[in-house]
Design a protein around this ligand. Sequence first.
Ligand code: 3PG
Length: 306
Amino acid sequence: MKKVLIATEKPFAPVAVEGIKGVLDQAGYEMILLEKYASVDEWKQVAADVDAMIIRSDKATAEVIEASKNLKVIVRAGAGYDNIDLEACTKGGIVAMNTPGQNSNAVAELAFGMMIYQIRNAFNGKSGTELRGKKLGIHAYGNVGKFIAEIAKGFGMELYAFDPFVKNEDIEKDGIKPLATVEELYKTCDFVSLHIPANDKTKKSIGYELLNSMPKGGVLVNTARKEVIDEDGLLKLMEERPDFKYLSDIAPDCREEIETKFPGRFVFTAKKMGAQTSEANINAGIAAATQIVNYIEKGDDEFKVN
Ligand code: 3PG
């Protein structure tokens, strides 16, 4: 009997776990659930003889991969796979996959939740501002970016996007103005919503100069990864520009400094919350389980990332 481990430090909603179990039961696989594990050692022990693994933002380092002696496939139930050591997977003949698009709506909804919370002064009773008529820049027009655009239209925002990997006509047909450079996007937009992955090219790529080019009252919304921000540049900018605000799903490393120095100009979630909905957990969890079964039974590696 094939064994599939769900290793999630931040658990899926119970209803999603039930859904995953349903898919695995159907295939005649055993599901092993390791939630809120206390240590990497605990994870490594349980992983020692499993055939497949489902993870979320859990750090599947070379150490974990190498300890999983029987592992054939690991699926990140979500979009970003910067938490998986792909080289270690490839070396061990293990297929790594993600489940693109499955949790994107949840992330997009959170971005707007944070924006409204900020511009209505954390609902403290003071007069705020509105989204209608404001310029929203979508930095990377992928799965989350598309949901952002759809929701923003309902709010009556003016939409812009920068994505060198998407054709202008594909952006235009969604009623969005494509901009040719990242500089133009930041210079133009009152709000910028970030959706770039964290990799060697993008880490620390959003810094002082780009952010300083934003119009007065500029708001950066980061539901992507904290690593893409150059935090020294961000701090310098927040120091110099009292009008600028930073909203981030998962606090930056400089959280304390921002919280102390710039009250009212940030929103940080306690844990990465973007994909933390029952719907997203069900979508991504079931997709992950299905991909595992399809890979083991039929060699289908459609969502392979290594
Ligand atoms: C993703 O990359 O899909 C999101 O960051 C969600 O991460 P999570 O599964 O840890 O909530």
